[in-house]
Design a protein around this ligand. Structure first.
Ligand code: GLN
Length: 318
C-alpha cells in the first residue's frame, strides 16, 4: 500500500487478514477436545471457529461462524472480580484471595489444603473465583447475576445478553468438584456466605451466553482502561481494569499462561466452553471461539488463531 492508508483500507486489510487467520487456524479444530464434564458443553460443534475484533474507533471485524453462541465460563471470572473490587476495594478482596499463578489446573484442589491460611492463590482458578463470587454484593444470586449482566450489557451494547439456562442447570447438576472446593473453603472459614447461593451465582455467571463479537466488545473496554471506547462511558475503574489485565497475563490461560505470554504476548482469558477474550491495550479487543480444548483447557484452535494474529499485527506487549 502506498501513501496514507485510509480508515476503510485499514479495515479491509484487517478483514482479509482475519479471514485468512481463521482459515489457517481452522485446520486445527479437530485436534482439540470439547469439554464434557459439564454435559451440556459436550453438545458444541467441534468444527466451529469464529473471531471478532473491535478497534478503538468502534469498527468491528468478524470472521468464521460468527453467529455461534457460547457461554463465557471462566471469562466471567474477570467481571465478578471487577465488581467485587468495586464493592470492597483491593485490600479486602486480596485479604481473601491471592495474586499468584498456581501452575496447577484450574479446578485443582491440591494447594487449597497445603497452603495456610487456606486462601486460594488467585481469582482465576475455580476456588478463587468462588471466593470472589462470595464477595459480590447483592440480595441472593438473582440480584448478583443481574449486576454482572448489567455490566456486560453496557460493555457490549447488547441488551439481550443473559444466562443460558440449560448450561447453568447442567453445570449445577454436575459440579461435584466445585462443591468440594466450596465446602472445604466454608469449613476453613474462607467462604463466609451461604455456600449454595454463592455457587449458584458462580454457575450462573459462568453460563452467560455471548458470541465472539460480544467478547471483543468486552475486551475493547479493558483495552481502553475500563471506559467504553466509543461512548467514553466509564464502566470499570481504571485501576480495576489494570488489575484485570494483569491477572489475564499472569493467570488468564491457567497453567499455560507463561507459554501464552511468550507465544502471543497479550492479556487473555479463556473459558472451558472454548472462548478466549484477548485485549491489546489502546488498540483492540479480540474475541475468539472454538470449542475443542487442549490438555490445559484452553481453546486449541483459538490459541493458534491468536498466535497468528499476534505475528501478523505485531501485537505482543512485551
Ligand atoms: N464453569 C467452569 C467450572 O467451574 C469454569 C471453568 C473454566 O472455564 N475453565 O468448571
Amino acid at each position: 500500500m502506498t501513501g496514507i492508508e485510509t480508515k476503510q483500507h485499514i479495515q479491509q486489510r484487517y478483514q482479509e487478514q482475519l479471514e485468512q487467520a481463521v482459515i489457517l487456524a481452522s485446520r486445527h479444530v479437530k485436534e482439540g477436545k470439547v469439554a464434557s464434564y459439564i454435559p451440556e458443553l459436550a453438545k458444541s460443534d467441534p468444527n466451529h471457529l469464529s473471531a471478532a475484533v473491535v478497534l478503538m474507533d468502534g469498527s468491528v471485524i468478524a470472521a468464521g461462524n460468527t453467529q455461534t453462541r457460547f457461554t463465557l465460563q471462566s471469562i466471567a471470572k474477570l467481571f465478578s472480580l471487577a465488581i467485587a473490587l468495586a464493592d470492597h476495594g483491593c485490600e479486602y478482596v486480596f485479604s481473601r484471595v491471592g495474586m499468584e499463578p498456581t501452575g496447577d489446573p484450574f479446578n485443582s484442589i491440591m494447594k487449597l489444603e497445603a497452603i495456610k491460611p487456606h486462601k486460594p492463590l488467585n481469582p482465576m482458578i475455580n476456588a478463587g473465583a468462588i471466593v470472589v463470587c462470595d464477595m459480590v454484593k447483592g440480595n441472593g444470586c438473582e440480584e448478583r447475576t443481574e449486576r454482572i449482566l448489567s455490566l456486560l450489557r453496557k460493555m457490549t451494547g447488547n441488551p439481550e445478553i443473559c444466562v443460558n439456562h440449560a448450561v447453568y442447570l447442567s453445570e449445577k447438576n454436575s459440579a461435584n468438584r466445585n462443591r468440594a472446593l466450596a465446602y472445604f473453603m466454608k469449613d476453613s472459614g474462607v467462604l463466609t456466605g451461604d455456600v449454595e447461593d454463592t455457587l449458584d451465582f458462580y454457575f450462573r455467571h459462568c453460563s452467560i451466553e455471548v458470541n465472539t463479537q460480544d467478547v471483543a466488545w468486552m475486551a475493547s473496554v479493558l483495552a481502553a482502561d475500563g471506559a467504553h471506547p466509543v461512548t467514553g462511558e466509564r464502566l470499570i475503574d481504571e485501576r480495576i481494569a489494570g488489575i484485570c489485565k494483569t491477572f489475564m497475563v499472569t493467570c488468564g490461560m491457567y497453567n499455560a499462561s507463561g507459554e501464552f505470554a511468550i507465544q502471543v504476548g497479550i492479556p487473555a482469558k479463556s473459558g472451558v466452553a472454548g472462548g478466549i477474550m484477548a485485549t491489546v491495550p489502546m488498540q483492540m479487543g479480540i474475541g475468539v471461539y472454538s470449542p475443542g480444548l487442549d490438555e490445559k483447557g484452553n481453546s486449541l484452535a483459538g490459541v493458534k488463531l491468536l498466535q497468528e494474529l499476534s505475528n501478523l499485527w505485531n501485537l505482543s506487549i512485551f
